[in-house]
Design a protein around this ligand. Structure first.
Ligand SMILES: C[S@@+](CC[C@H](N)C(=O)[O-])C[C@H]1O[C@@H](n2cnc3c(N)ncnc32)[C@H](O)[C@@H]1O
Length: 260
């Protein structure tokens, strides 16, 4: 087996619209309710209440989601979104085009506006984010320049949510991907990473999608091997009464790391 998930393999089993419908309606009681609240709170705290800001942020493995960019658009002038499969890219493009068939992110956008003390400003927030996404580029974390063939100046910040566990088939390739991402960052640039702990799969429709099971220890090791300094490491354990059976996850993590 390859060390990384091939786009063709991924596209066969991952239906991006079904993924959004299953996990991204805040308040619907799915496991993503806990995940969204945890990740959005951490991104808000780091990007809106902290000192982290700059010119450009690249989100690695964006498509088909936008939730992970809702705080970034308050602290960065330009956002570069990225895609790995065409079907995921098309789903994001519908939202960028305000297509009537685009996924409805309103429950999530409302939650972030509430965190920011801007209740009732959801439409303005979505438009602001659309305006700040200046490019949507192909990305492959297995490449030493993940944006190949595009060569960009190094940026201030990278964000990536639930992507490396999907892309990397083992812990060595996970560390390689982290090193590849650091090639996109300026010295002292920031990496904000979030995902599931202990998950071997998550379901989208009838398919069990592969996830690399990571723990706090394996993540700290991979970050150490890839030369980052961890600034913050937050974990959230699966609540005892959670009875979701769409994934065998044990919790979630949020990491703020910095390139030396
Ligand atoms: C579970 S989805 C997460 C999407 C989005 N970041 C989110 O938080 O909802 C996993 C993502 O990893 C992407 N991916 C898989 N292999 C990849 C690779 N080698 N390089 C970049 N992205 C990859 C998939 O295309 C998909 O967009």
């Amino acid at each position: 087996m390859s060390d990384f998930t091939k786009a063709s393999e991924y596209e066969k089993v991952f239906n991006p619209r079904l993924y959004l419908e299953t996990y991204f309606r805040l308040g619907s009681g799915s496991l993503a309710d806990d995940f969204m609240r945890f990740v959005l709170r951490n991104l808000h705290k780091t990007l809106c209440l902290g000192e982290l800001s700059g010119h450009t942020v690249i989100d690695i493995g964006t498509c088909p989601s936008i939730y992970q960019l809702l705080s970034a658009c308050e602290s960065f002038k330009e956002i570069i979104a990225t895609w790995y499969t065409q079907t995921e890219r098309q789903e994001l493009q519908k939202w960028l085009n305000k297509d009537p068939d685009a996924f409805d992110w309103s429950s999530v956008v409302k939650h972030v506006c509430d965190l920011e003390g801007n209740s009732g400003k959801s439409a303005e927030k979505e438009d602001k984010l659309r305006g700040q996404i200046k490019q949507v580029l192909h990305c492959d974390v297995s490449k030493s320049n993940p944006l190949e063939p595009v060569v960009l100046p190094q940026v201030d910040c990278l964000i990536s949510t639930v992507c490396l566990e999907a892309a990397c088939r083992n812990h060595d390739s996970y560390a390689t991907a982290l090193k590849n991402l650091s090639n996109l960052l300026k010295p002292e640039g920031h990496l904000l990473l979030a995902g599931d702990l202990g998950a071997n799969y998550y379901e989208v429709g009838e398919h069990k999608i592969f996830s690399l099971s990571v723990s706090e220890a394996t993540l700290r090791k991979a970050f150490g091997e890839s030369g980052y300094v961890i600034r913050e490491f937050s974990c959230f354990g699966k609540p005892e009464d959670a009875d979701y059976d769409t994934s065998d996850y044990e919790g979630f993590y949020f990491i703020h790391a910095q390139k030396p």
